[in-house]
Design a protein around this ligand. Structure first.
Ligand SMILES: C[C@@]1(CC(=O)O)C2=NC(=C\c3[nH]c(c(CCC(=O)O)c3CC(=O)O)Cc3[nH]c(c(CC(=O)O)c3CCC(=O)O)/C=C3\N/C(=C\2)[C@@H](CCC(=O)O)[C@]3(C)CC(=O)O)/[C@H]1CCC(=O)O
Ligand SMILES: NC(=O)c1ccc[n+]([C@@H]2O[C@H](COP(=O)([O-])OP(=O)(O)OC[C@H]3O[C@@H](n4cnc5c(N)ncnc54)[C@H](O)[C@@H]3O)[C@@H](O)[C@H]2O)c1
Length: 207
């Protein structure tokens, strides 16, 4: 299958997760950094999910799945341990709703990559379902390679780029955007020397 990779804005959209086991927890945790309206439908949920419900990060419908549970859903996760229930969810999913099945059976509108988040810097990994374990291994390698400081680094790049775009165009703009990837800046961020990055930028901007 040739999947099409996307980064979706699902803020304020309803996402229904059917099932409440460890796999449901994993999907919910991937959703938590967004502002999606997360609804879990399951007679039982894990302790971690119960904590999210307690903190009002997630709504819980404590019951078996019924088709009307999908009424407002933009995304649907069928992640129960029963093929029959996942089939029921699939049947109830309208053509305009996107369905993900953790058992990778039947209709699969999307699959979930492993994700390393460093603020706006997002690394995603997939084997298109060939080996979720290898996906996880590569994710761990990337997480090591790209430490937490990449969040500040990409935040700096983002605001510096905006300042450059506001002030320059043509060749000058192009050259400054190239200069911005100067390895020294990454080193400074790594050492916590954000002031030096800012000085470097102001000098380039002629301020
Ligand atoms: C990336 C990640 C994100 C996430 O879960 O959201 C994810 N699986 C993860 C881990 C993982 N999953 C499994 C194991 C046990 C080892 C093994 O079986 O290999 C481990 C490893 C572990 O947990 O250590 C078992 C498993 N997974 C699927 C099936 C069904 C099947 O393939 O038939 C079975 C067999 C179930 C059974 O035996 O019954 C299916 C899918 N799993 C996917 C995603 C999609 C394609 C991913 C890709 O592109 O490769 C896809 C197709 C659908 C989907 O769920 O979207 C997450 C990384 C977590 C992280 O970030 O660390
Ligand atoms: N994609 C992945 O990453 C991945 C990893 C491992 C397993 N899997 C697949 O995901 C499935 C779920 O894994 P798990 O470890 O979370 O299973 P689990 O057995 O721990 O949890 C199943 C959940 O489904 C709920 N459930 C059962 N009947 C229901 C119904 N009628 N309506 C709503 N909820 C119902 C149960 O209450 C339970 O919370 C596995 O069976 C396997 O097929 C996928």
């Amino acid at each position: 299958m040739n999947y099409f990779p996307l980064l979706l804005n699902i803020d304020y959209k309803t996402v229904v997760v059917v099932g409440g086991g460890p796999v449901a927890r994993q999907k919910v945790e991937a959703l938590l950094p967004t502002k999606a309206n997360i609804v879990v439908v399951s007679p039982m949920i894990t302790e971690e999910l119960a904590e999210y419900v307690e903190q009002q990060l997630v709504k819980w419908k404590k019951k078996g799945f019924e088709p009307h549970d999908l009424d407002d859903a933009a995304l649907v996760f069928a992640v129960t341990n029963s093929k029959e229930v996942n089939d029921m969810v699939e049947e109830a999913t309208q053509h305009w709703q996107l369905l993900s099945r953790a058992d990778a059976k039947g209709r699969v509108d999307f699959i979930n990559p492993a994700v390393v988040r460093r603020g706006d810097f997002i690394l995603t990994v997939s084997t298109s379902g060939a080996s979720p374990r290898f996906t996880r291994q590569v994710k761990s390698e990337l997480a090591q390679q790209y430490g937490d400081y990449y969040e500040q680094y990409v935040a700096f790049l983002g605001q510096a780029r905006q300042q450059i775009l506001a002030k320059f165009d043509g060749e000058q703009k192009k050259q400054l955007l190239i200069d911005l990837l100067e390895p020294q800046l990454l080193e400074w961020v790594k050492e916590g020397r954000l002031d030096d990055c800012e000085k470097w930028l102001q000098q380039r901007l002629g301020e």
